[in-house]
Design a protein around this ligand. Structure first.
Ligand SMILES: [Zn+2]
Length: 444
């Protein structure tokens, strides 16, 4: 490929804390009646003082730990100044110089390492909706989302294809859900993707950070994994073609039109100094001792990858099954709980894995013990021999000569009665379909 893509990701994750980032308003806002969950703090009224949500701080540190980041011993909030109607204060409380976590990494399925530059905490803005009222185009603003905690993760520009970027954000979503810090639902906007894309001619070194192009295009408003892939592919092509024509590419922010599958220019990108960041004077900075950071790290649950490997070695499950069984924490926990119950009843982990992967029982509607019971019953059912089934079937035919008579006279529906008799005699261990077939054969 003549032009080599250089891609970095920025992902916003809305944390599902009970209350907002700096006030006591409810954090959950999806589908709530507009502007019913606000107070002077999240409306940015004069004189209101923010109080940081300790849970949100800790959860951001969890996320940092999950990606092997260094957790900051000193951290603070800064004001990011800009004007927009969804931001009543005229600034967003964010983190600039001293984020909570820095310099982590993630390794993809092919062993390629992706750098995580930083993870910081900030507050969400209000939500604008553009609509028509009485034939007039209007923009409405809902402040229920204003002040909801947002963790922002920024990667190094280490991805070289849309597929790599997609693999990363899917893994990120899974990790966030394992940590139970957000539902990371892209349709609801609790996980939002931005891709920074540039291309350059060829390369002589493997370290793509050595010579980055002097521009990058930030594509915003991507709300699905599929759109992420197509938006990146579109940009790579657009930029390569522009360079091919000898054009100079500029730093800019572009939106993604999912209907047309194209990106479009929104504004020339602002530089950090445009935001005139300065330390948030209303919130004291944080200092974390080694003990506190150690304690935070110790609270982290087991993450998907280590669970996957453990299932393979501990339960002798194939890698493909292990991957499926660890897709969600619920399924993985269900599997392990069922193993405990199953061991008492002689149901092996392999048998359980097989059932969960292939039969896909609705685990949200049953307990592990109930699944074991089902497997046990099915096993017992399966133990009825063909000879026994035939013996019981013949017996049922003999005992119900009148029914047999009407069957032979063309009333085929009575066959179900005989199937019922066999089921009763075998205490449900016979397979109804197999029994019906056998009875038909015996009666023909
Ligand atoms: Zn509030």
């Amino acid at each position: 490929m003549k032009y080599q893509p250089i891609i970095g990701m920025e992902v916003h994750i809305e944390l599902r804390t009970k209350t907002k980032m700096f006030c006591a308003c409810p954090g959950f806002h999806f589908g709530t009646k507009p502007n019913t969950q606000t107070c002077p703090v999240c409306l940015g009224l004069p004189g209101a003082l923010p109080v940081p949500n300790a849970q949100a701080v800790e959860w951001t540190q969890f996320l940092g730990t999950a990606f092997g980041c260094t957790l900051a011993k000193f951290s603070r909030f800064d004001r990011k100044n800009y004007f927009y109607p969804d931001l009543p204060k005229g600034y967003q409380i964010s983190q600039y110089e001293y984020p909570l976590a820095t310099y982590g990494s993630w390794t993809n399925g092919e062993g390629k390492k992706i750098g995580i530059r930083r993870i910081h905490l900030e507050e969400d803005t209000g939500k604008l909706s553009h609509t028509t009222i009485n034939g007039e185009r209007v923009t409405l603003v809902d402040f229920n989302r204003s002040g909801v905690p947002l963790a922002e993760l920024v990667t190094e520009p280490d991805f070289s294809s849309s597929a790599e970027a997609k693999e990363f954000v899917q893994a990120l979503q899974q990790i966030v859900r394992y940590l139970e810090i957000s539902d990371a639902d892209m349709e609801k906007g609790s996980m939002r993707l931005e891709a920074n894309i540039s291309v350059r001619v060829g390369q002589t070194t493997n370290d793509i950070r050595q010579k980055l192009p002097d521009y990058r295009v930030e594509v915003k408003n991507i709300n699905s994994f599929r759109f992420l892939e197509s938006a990146i592919n579109y940009e790579i092509e657009r930029q390569s073609e522009a360079l091919e024509r000898g054009e100079k590419l500029v730093q800019e922010t572009r939106g993604y039109n999912e209907v047309k599958g194209i990106t479009f220019s929104q504004r020339q990108k602002e530089e950090a100094h445009d935001y005139r960041y300065f330390p948030e004077p209303d919130i004291p900075s944080f200092e974390f001792s080694d003990e506190i950071l150690k304690e935070i790290k110790s609270k982290l649950p087991e993450l998907p990858e280590s669970k996957r490997k453990r299932f393979e070695t501990e339960y002798k499950i194939s890698p493909s099954y292990s991957k499926i069984l660890t897709e969600t924490r619920e399924l993985a926990d269900f599997f392990e709980e069922a193993i405990k119950v199953g061991s008492v009843h002689g149901i092996s982990p392999a048998k359980l894995a097989n059932t969960l992967v292939n039969k896909k029982p609705n685990i949200s509607k049953m307990l592990p013990a109930e699944l074991i019971k089902l497997i046990k019953n099915a096993e017992e059912k399966g133990q009825i021999s063909d000879e026994e089934l035939e013996k019981v079937s013949l017996q049922s035919i003999e005992e119900n000569s009148d029914v047999v008579e009407s069957y032979k006279n063309g009333k085929e529906s009575v066959l179900q009665f005989l199937v019922g008799q066999v089921m009763r005699k075998t205490k449900g261990r016979a397979d109804p379909t197999k029994t019906a077939e056998l009875l038909k054969k015996l009666l023909s």
